[in-house]
Design a protein around this ligand. Sequence first.
Ligand SMILES: NC(=O)c1ccc[n+]([C@@H]2O[C@H](COP(=O)([O-])OP(=O)(O)OC[C@H]3O[C@@H](n4cnc5c(N)ncnc54)[C@H](OP(=O)(O)O)[C@@H]3O)[C@@H](O)[C@H]2O)c1
Length: 324
Amino acid sequence: MRNKQVIFRDFLAKGAFPKESDMEVTESTVDVTRAVAEGSKGVLVKNLYLSCDPYMRGGMRKLTDPAESYAASFQPGSPVTGFGVARVLESGHRKFEKGDLVWGLTGWEEYSLLPAPETCFKIEHTDVPLSYYTGLLGMPGLRAYAGFFELCSPKKGETVFISAASGAVGQLAGQFAKLFGCYVVGSAGSKEKVDLLKNKLGFDEAFNYKEESNLDAALKRYFPEGIDIYFENVGGKDYNLEQPKGVPNLIQISMKEVRMEGFSVLDYYHLYLKFLNMVLPQIKEGRIVYVEDTFKGLENGPAALVGLFSNCDVGKQVILVSRE
Ligand SMILES: NC(=O)c1ccc[n+]([C@@H]2O[C@H](COP(=O)([O-])OP(=O)(O)OC[C@H]3O[C@@H](n4cnc5c(N)ncnc54)[C@H](OP(=O)(O)O)[C@@H]3O)[C@@H](O)[C@H]2O)c1
């Protein structure tokens, strides 16, 4: 069987922005009837949707120190790897059967052999769009949920500021905060994104940070009494910088008794079922709106991924490989 693939060409320099030419769309073949070796615990999957996430920039550079990134480096000459939704075609693993739908780490290709599929989640709820498992019901959704409810310890009526608020995580963190009863303001990089936040996603206010000559003044305008929770989403821009910028004014951390904390969603996977139980009814009752930007066809994968780093994205960037 033909297996179209998006191959990662070679590592990028630290300060370089990813380009489409860093990837190449090629074709190989796969024997879908005999791909899983006798005795192996692997599964062969047909990829349906693939996710573009900022952390993937970390995979594009050669890591000298594993502490530099939680993403493993891509292998030059092999398919790009990332989160996706897939159907199991053949399984050597007792947790999965032929026909199961799963989400987790897979390859940017039509068919992938996953040698260690135990990190994948089986998809039990199919009465929502399957693509949601790359975002709202997948890793970014869990990040928004764990970040807001577990780390921010919100109280009703608190004031919440969300940066990159129209992105995959930001749009959800903002809506969780609104549903919880907070006052929520988001910042984003275009008029279209700001309109989306205010008119579709239900944020109390939103502003275009590119049009504000004085960000302090903008924040004072929307938060005259101050900000209780800042959910930061633009750290990912540092992936492309040779020399990440520092945070000035750290003295305020102790003056204002601020708590600042980073986290990895990987440490919150145990909350996934709790998260699903909270979010699925909200989706079905229409209380959560979710915005996706779908690129049809694996061959458009490089453009989708590159767009993520040039702020062309609105909502969650998803690649539709195959509907079934
Ligand atoms: N540690 C973890 O476990 C984990 C998991 C998931 C996500 N994350 C992090 O969470 C953040 C949000 O993820 P996401 O999936 O929501 O990303 P996303 O959908 O790609 O949104 C990122 C947004 O950041 C803004 N941006 C990009 N480059 C920028 C720049 N140079 N300056 C200012 N803003 C820029 C863009 O929005 P504007 O056009 O509005 O500026 C872009 O839409 C990222 O930093 C990501 O790395 C971490």
